[in-house]
Each structure stands twice: as structure tokens, then as C-alpha cells.
Design a protein around this ligand. Sequence first.
Ligand SMILES: [Zn+2]
Length: 353
Amino acid sequence: MEATARDFLVRLLETPSPSGYEQPIQRLVRDYLSGVADTVTTDSHGNVIGAKNPTAATRMLLAGHCDQIGLIVQYIDSDGYISVQPIGGWDPMQLVGSRVTIWTATGPLPGVIARKPIHLLTDEERKIVPKMKDLWIDIGSSDKADAESVVRVGDSVTFELKFQPLRGNRACSVAMDDKIGLWVVLEAFRRAAAAGPLPCALFVASTVQEEIGLRGAQTSSYGVDPHVAIAVDVTHATDCPTIDKKSEGDIGLGKGPVVYRGPNMNPHVVHRLLEVGKNQSIPVQLAASGRATPTDANVLQTTRAGVATGLVSVPNRYMHSAVETISLDDADRAADLLAGFVRGLEGGIDWAP
Ligand SMILES: [Zn+2]
């Protein structure tokens, strides 16, 4: 991965974007796109859309969601402890013992989430998985008035955001889901545009609010009105202990981007992706889904009168935790795969299955 592209990924990962609170990351995306796209727009929902060659006949959309799961401040008690609601799908176990950041009007505020020490838990309490309502954030305040002087109901919260390289060109961070996918679509857009005149109108959307119901993909794809669209998200890597490959498939880190097959995917899109992989010697892993996937690809496909849709995924271990782990090589190859797909969209294409 090129150094500048890697630096941009780190900036995406260290910029907060809980669903509905994506404005800081979208500023970063607009800055990035202003150097490569013909036009950059932000719709009323918050999606940022870059376009290159927008008047060409075939319209292609690349979509990656910029939002991450988070928390939202719900209540501050008389001792200054803060209760939260989830934004998106959380395992409360992941929150116990974590450092968090509350994104307040005056800037980031550190806090911790914990529970009483194991020595003080009763035998019954040790067996129970904590619920969100039983957790609290401690910012060090002594009372409600002090906490309220810095925190407001409705402020968003994330884990402490930190990129950590690991061995083997792997890395972990909060919210690889889906900032790695967002990086892939932006990088694919840049690579496709840099390789010469495009055979199609190319749009890239940094979609909002995926984690609370695929909402930004719905509005942005209606606006773009594409013929063909590919969503990039993360998928579960199954190459760690305790995951059953018979039920979850065989997906490994560092073995290449994942191309999904199933009813949510147009067979021509799948075929073309696999051909690009073969012709450009990009390793590709196959995954299956027998239903509408829980990704932006779901709503892209049913936009207006229907869109030829694909789903390319980056393998990710430990989804929705503070240590989501991916291979940077997989992301790099995914960007090449999509750039190759875009550059192959010549002539009138009949997408009917
Ligand atoms: Zn995602």
C-alpha cells in the first residue's frame, strides 16, 4: 500500500463517525475527492458523492459506508455517571473495560466504561452478561453539574480511536467496519480515474447510517440512479478459533478480497469481477449469501426499477469490537479489482440476468 494512501486510511480510522454524526469524516472525504473528482456534492441526508465523467451513458456507483457503531449519551445521574444508548449493533461485553471518547461541543472528552471488580461480584452476577442499561461512562466527574458542564444529552461516543499495525501487513482498529471499505471505494475511484479516460460515468458514495438500517445507500443511490453498483463492506474472516466454517464459510485474512454470490448479486457483475481477478492475477475469495445481505448492496439492488449490484468485501476478524483486524493487502487488491471492473465497462451492457 502506498504511503499516502495508508496515511489517508489512518486519518479515516482516527476520525469519529457514529451513524448520524458523520460530519467530521465526510469533511475528510470531500477534501480527498476535491483533488480527483469532477464534482463533489453532499446531499441533505449527509452522503458525500464524487463524480467523474458524469454525463457518460453507463452510470456506475461505488458505495462504502462511512459510519461506525457508537453510543449516544442518554442520562447523567447525580454522581456524574453517564448512561448511554447504542448506535448500531453492540455486544455489551465488548464495552466492559474500555476507554471511550465522548465527542462534545468543545471537543473530545475521555472516559471509561467498567463494572464493579470481580472480587465484589456475587456468584449470580458473574454468570450474567451485562446489559447496556447496566453500564455507565465515568469521566472523572464528582457530580451531575460538573458532568453537565461538558457533556450534553445526545452527544456521541466511540471507543478511543487508534490504528495499530500488526505483523504480516495486518492492522487493527475500531471501525475497520467500514472505513476500510470506504477507503477501498475512494482508492478505486482514484485509480480508475488516473488510468485514462473512463468508459462510463463513475460515481462514488460515502454513505451514511448503514449501521442503523442501510439508510444512506438508499437515498444516495436514488439520487445517482446508477445502472450498476458495487458496495464494499467487511465480512467475517473465519480463520480464527471457534468459528465453524461449515456454517460461516472459509474466508481468510490476506487471501484477497471476497466476491459474494447469491440473490443479492447480479450474475453479470459477479462474472466480470471474477474475470478481472483472473486477468489481473488478483486473488479472490468466494462467499455465498442466500438472502439479501445486511449491507448497502441490499438496498442498492432494489433502487428505483432495480440496479445490477455486486458486493465486494474485505475479510475482518472480531467485527464490532475495538480490535477489528484486517489485512492491508486485501484492501489494496480490492481497490485494484474495482478499478479494473470500472475500466472494463465499455459499450452498451445488458445487465438483465
Ligand atoms: Zn459495515
